[in-house]
Design a protein around this ligand. Structure first.
Ligand code: ATP
Length: 256
C-alpha cells in the first residue's frame, strides 16, 4: 500500500463542484508540485490533506489510516502569508511551535524538557540559516527570513508530510532561489513527503520529484460549476531537471 492513497475523491461546496475523481498514490519521500489555473481547487486539495476540509466523496488514507477530520502534527503547513507571532523572538516562535511547548515557553514547565525543546529549536533555526537572528522579532526580519522562520516552525512538529501553499509567492526572485535550495536540502535531509502549490510552473519543475497539473477536463459554459478539476498531468521529474529538459517540459504543459 502507498504512503498516501487518494481514493476517488470529490469535493464540492454547495453546487460548486471543485474537484472530481481524484485517484492518486504517493510514496514516502516524494515531492509533489501542484500547478493549475486560479480557482481550480489546489488549495482545497491541500486543505483536505491537512484535515481542515473533508472530501464530499471518497477518502484520503495516510500511512494506513483514513485522515481524521482535523489537522494534527502529522502534517505541517507553510502558507504564502507568514504565520509567525509578532511579539515573540525567532527562538520563542520556533519553540512555541512544538505541540506541547506552549506552556513550557510561557514558564509553567522548567528544566530538562524545556532544554530539549530549546536545543531542537536551535537546530532547526540553524537549518534554515537564522542563527544570527535568534533574538530578533519578526518585524526586524526580511520577508525571506520570516518565511524561513515559518518553515522552522513547521519542521519543529516533525511532520510526516509538509504542505506548502505558495510558500515563496511573496518573495523577490533572488531570495526565492535561496529558498529553493533550502527547501530542497530540508526535503532530502529529513526524507519528508512534500506537497507544494505554486503559480510558478518553472518553480514546480525545478523543485518537485513529481508534477501534478490540475485542470477541468469537462467544461460547460452554461454551468461553470457543474464539473470539477482533475489531475490531468502527472509527470515524474528527475532529481533536478536540467534547463533544456525543463524548457521542453514547460512547453509541453503550456501547450495543453
Ligand atoms: N470554504 C469555502 N467555501 C466555499 N467555497 C470555497 C471554499 N474554499 C474554496 N472555495 C471555492 O473552491 C474553488 C477552488 O478554490 P481554491 O482556493 O482551492 O483554488 P486554487 O486553485 O487554490 O486557487 P488559487 O490558485 O487562486 O489560489 C473556488 O471556486 C473557491 O471559491
Amino acid at each position: 500500500m502507498s504512503f498516501i492513497t487518494i481514493n476517488n475523491v470529490w469535493k464540492s461546496y454547495g453546487d460548486n463542484l471543485v474537484l472530481e475523481r481524484l485517484n492518486l498514490e504517493v510514496e514516502q519521500g516524494e515531492f509533489v508540485s501542484m500547478v493549475g489555473a486560479s480557482g481550480c481547487g489546489k488549495s482545497t486539495f491541500l486543505n483536505m490533506l491537512l484535515g481542515r476540509e473533508q472530501p464530499t466523496k471518497g477518502s484520503i488514507v495516510l500511512d494506513g489510516e483514513t485522515l481524521k477530520d482535523e489537522p494534527d502534527a502529522d502534517r505541517g503547513i507553510v502558507f504564502q502569508k507568514y504565520s509567525v507571532f509578532p511579539h515573540l523572538t525567532v527562538l520563542q516562535n520556533v519553540m512555541i511551535a512544538d505541540e506541547f511547548s506552549k506552556a513550557k515557553v510561557l514558564g509553567w514547565t522548567f528544566g530538562s524538557s524545556k532544554k530539549v525543546i530549546k536545543e531542537k529549536a536551535l537546530e532547526f533555526i540553524e537549518a534554515v540559516g537564522l542563527t544570527p537572528a535568534v533574538k530578533k522579532y519578526p518585524h526586524e526580519l526580511s520577508g525571506g527570513m520570516q518565511q524561513r522562520l515559518a518553515i522552522a516552525q513547521a519542521l519543529m512538529k516533525s511532520p510526516k508530510v509538509l504542505l506548502l501553499d505558495e510558500p515563496f509567492g511573496a518573495l523577490d526572485p533572488g531570495i526565492r532561489s535561496d529558498m529553493h535550495e533550502l527547501i530542497h536540502d530540508i526535503w532530502q535531509k529529513n526524507k519528508l513527503t512534500i506537497f507544494m502549490v505554486t503559480h510558478d510552473i518553472k518553480e514546480g519543475f525545478e523543485l518537485g520529484s513529481r508534477l501534478w497539473v490540475f485542470d477541468k477536463v469537462r467544461n460547460d459554459p452554461q454551468a461553470p460549476n457543474a464539473y470539477g478539476a482533475q489531475v490531468t498531468f502527472d509527470l515524474p521529474l528527475s532529481a533536478r531537471a536540467n534547463k533544456e529538459d525543463l524548457n521542453k517540459m514547460i512547453e509541453k504543459v503550456s501547450s495543453n
